[in-house]
Design a protein around this ligand. Structure first.
Ligand SMILES: O=C(CO)[C@H](O)[C@H](O)COP(=O)(O)O
Ligand SMILES: [Co+2]
Length: 238
C-alpha cells in the first residue's frame, strides 16, 4: 500500500530548457529541496524521439536539490530500474501500454519500490484510465498524458479531463499528475478536475519570469484542488 500525499506540485519539464545549461536551468526553476523537476526519458522506440538516459540524470543529480520525477517513455522500463535508481531518480513513472499483463506490471512496481524509488503509471491519451485501477493501491501517482507523448510544446488536450475527474472521484487522496501543453491558461481546468501534480515545460521556460508562473499555477491547484480559500494562500511575490 502506498501513502498518497495529495500535495500540490508544479514540475518544470527540463525538456523545454536550454539543454546546454541543464544544471543552471534546473536550479533556476527548482532551487530548493521542496521543488521538483520532471525528466522525460525517451528511447526512440516507444516514442519517435530521443532525449537522455541515466548517465545525464546521474550527472545532474549532484547539482540539484530538487525531487527528480522521471517519466519513462520507453518500451522496456524494467531494464532501466537499476540505472535510474543509481542515477538518483526519486519517482519512476512507466507507461501501462508497454506492459504485457497484470503480473508483469505488479513485478515492475515491486522492483521500483525495492530500488527505493516512488512509483507511478502513465496513460497515453487513447488509453482508458481504468487500466491502472487494479494497481492504484500500490502506486504513488498516476500520470494522465494531455498530449501524445514524445515532444514538448504540443497543444493541451482538454478532453483528457474526464480521466482526471474519474481518478479523483475514485481515489480521493491519490496524487494525480497531468503532462503536456499546460500553463497559466489551462491550469484552472486541470486543478478543478482534480490534478495536483502539474508538469509544465514550455510555459515555464518560455516565460520572462518562470518563478511567477510556477507560483501562480501552484496557487490555482491549492485554490481549486485542495479547497483552500483565497485568504489562506500566501501572496504572490512582487
Ligand atoms: O512528457 C512530455 C512529452 O512527451 C513532456 O513532459 C511534456 O511535453 C512537457 O512539455 P510541454 O509543457 O512543453 O508540453
Ligand atoms: Co513528461
Amino acid at each position: 500500500m502506498s501513502f498518497h500525499t495529495r500535495s500540490p506540485a508544479i514540475l518544470p519539464s527540463l525538456l523545454a530548457c536550454d539543454l546546454a545549461k541543464l544544471a543552471d536551468e534546473a536550479n533556476r526553476v527548482a532551487p530548493t529541496s521542496e521543488d521538483y523537476v520532471h525528466l522525460d526519458v525517451m528511447d526512440g522506440h516507444f516514442v519517435p524521439n530521443l532525449s537522455w538516459g541515466a548517465p545525464v540524470i546521474k550527472c545532474l543529480k549532484p547539482h540539484s536539490k530538487a525531487f527528480f520525477d522521471v517519466h519513462l517513455m520507453v518500451s522496456e522500463p524494467a531494464k532501466w530500474v537499476k540505472d535510474m535508481a543509481e542515477a538518483g531518480a526519486n519517482m519512476f513513472t512507466f507507461h501501462i501500454e508497454v506492459m504485457k499483463d497484470e503480473q508483469e506490471t505488479r513485478s515492475l512496481i515491486q522492483a521500483i519500490k525495492a530500488a527505493n524509488m516512488k512509483c507511478g503509471i502513465a496513460v497515453k491519451p487513447k488509453t482508458a484510465v481504468s487500466t491502472v485501477f487494479p494497481f492504484v493501491d500500490d502506486l504513488d501517482l498516476v500520470l494522465v498524458m494531455t498530449v501524445e507523448p514524445g515532444f514538448g510544446g504540443q497543444a493541451f488536450m482538454a478532453d483528457m479531463m474526464p480521466k482526471v475527474e474519474e481518478l479523483r472521484e475514485k481515489f480521493p487522496n491519490l496524487d494525480v499528475e497531468v503532462d503536456g501543453g499546460i500553463g497559466p491558461n489551462n491550469i484552472d481546468e486541470c486543478a478543478k478536475a482534480g490534478a495536483n501534480w502539474i508538469v509544465a515545460g514550455s510555459s515555464v521556460f518560455k516565460a520572462k519570469n518562470p518563478q511567477e508562473v510556477i507560483v501562480s499555477m501552484k496557487r490555482s491547484i491549492e485554490k481549486h484542488g485542495n479547497g483552500k480559500a483565497d485568504a489562506d494562500l500566501t501572496p504572490l511575490p512582487a
